[in-house]
Design a protein around this ligand. Structure first.
Ligand code: SF4
Length: 285
C-alpha cells in the first residue's frame, strides 16, 4: 500500500474470501479486522480458544471412529494421544503455563469433551463428514468456512458445530446461529442440497438448534452481504472505523489503538472490566 500525497489513508485490497469469524471480527470492530487481515498483525489464540482447539480435535477423532467405539473411554485415549501435538504447538507454549495451570487447562478441555455426552450419544449419530471445508458464493459474497460436523438424520442433513465457550443468552441466540446458517447456505450453494437443521453444541451446557427456513437463511446471508458491502467501502476508502467497547479488553491491538486503550482505562476506573481481561496487563493497569 502506498501513501496518498493528499494525506488520505491508502486503499486496502479486498480479501479473496470472507469467513464467519472474519465477518464477526469486522462487525464488532472494523479497525480490529484491518489490523488482523490487512496489516497482518499477530492475533494469537488465548487459553480459552486453545481449550476449544484441543477439545474439537478429540471430538473430530472420536467421530472418525466406528459408532460403537465412540465411548468416553475411547475419548480419554484419544485425548491422551492428541495432547503431545497440542502441548508442543507454539501457540500453547506461548501461554507459558506452569504445572498447576497446565493441569487446569487439561481439566477444562476434558470437561468440554465429556460434555458432549450430556447433549447427545455420539454412538447414535450418523456422521457424514467432519472438518468439512466449504467454499461458495453466498449472497454474492465469496464465502469460506470449515464445518465441524455434518450429520445424516431421518429428516435430512444437519450442520453441527461444537462450542466450548459460554452458551448465549436467549436474545443472543440468533446472532450465534447465523454462523451455522451461513454454512447451511454455503452447502446449498455448492451442492444444491439444503440442510434441514443447524445445531450449536455448547459442550457441557446445552444444544442451541434451529430448523433451516428461508427466513433464517435470508437473515444470515443478508447480514453477511451487508457486512461485505460495508467492508468493500472501507477497503476502497482505507478508513476503518473503531468501535470501542467491552471487547477492547480482549483485543490484541489495544496498545496501538488510542480509542480502545482509553475505553479500557475508563472501564477499569468504573469497575466495568473483568480482572482477567488481557488488555489490563498489556496496558499495565
Ligand atoms: S482496541 Fe477496541 S476499538 Fe481498538 S481495534 Fe481493538 S476492538 Fe477496536
Amino acid at each position: 500500500m502506498t501513501e496518498d500525497p493528499s494525506g488520505s489513508p491508502p486503499a486496502a485490497s479486498l480479501p479473496r474470501f470472507f469467513s464467519p469469524s472474519a465477518a464477526s471480527t469486522y462487525d464488532k470492530c472494523p479497525r480490529r479486522w484491518k489490523h488482523r487481515y490487512v496489516d497482518k498483525l499477530p492475533d494469537p489464540p488465548g487459553e480459552a480458544a486453545l481449550v476449544g482447539t484441543f477439545s474439537h480435535r478429540v471430538l473430530e477423532l472420536l467421530c472418525g471412529e466406528e459408532p460403537s467405539f465412540r465411548t468416553i473411554e475411547r475419548a480419554k485415549e484419544l485425548a491422551r494421544d492428541a495432547w503431545p501435538s497440542i502441548s508442543a504447538h507454539r501457540d500453547y507454549r506461548a501461554l507459558n503455563l506452569g504445572p498447576d495451570a497446565e493441569r487446569e487447562f487439561r481439566w477444562k478441555s476434558w470437561r468440554a469433551i465429556e460434555g458432549l455426552w450430556g447433549l447427545e450419544n455420539p454412538a447414535l449419530v450418523d456422521v457424514r463428514s467432519t472438518e468439512q471445508r466449504l467454499t461458495a458464493k453466498v449472497a454474492g459474497v465469496p464465502f469460506r468456512g470449515i464445518v465441524d460436523r455434518m450429520d445424516n438424520t431421518d429428516a435430512g442433513l444437519a450442520i453441527t458445530d461444537y462450542k466450548s465457550g459460554r452458551a448465549p443468552t436467549p436474545n443472543r441466540r440468533p446472532e450465534a446461529l447465523s454462523q451455522v446458517l451461513l454454512y447451511a447456505a454455503a452447502v446449498e450453494a455448492d451442492t444444491g442440497e439444503r440442510p434441514v437443521q443447524v445445531r450449536l453444541l455448547y459442550l457441557g451446557q446445552e444444544a442451541v438448534e434451529e430448523t433451516v427456513t428461508d427466513e433464517g437463511l435470508g437473515e444470515a446471508t443478508g447480514g453477511l452481504a451487508s457486512s461485505w458491502a460495508s467492508l468493500e467501502a472501507d477497503c476502497s476508502s482505507g478508513r476503518f472505523e473503531v468501535r470501542p467497547g467491552p471487547l477492547c479488553g480482549w483485543c490484541p491491538y489495544v496498545e496501538i489503538c488510542k480509542e480502545g486503550g482509553s475505553e479500557v482505562v475508563r472501564r477499569v476506573k468504573a469497575g466495568r472490566m473483568r480482572k482477567d481481561a488481557p488488555a489490563r496487563a498489556a496496558l499495565g493497569i
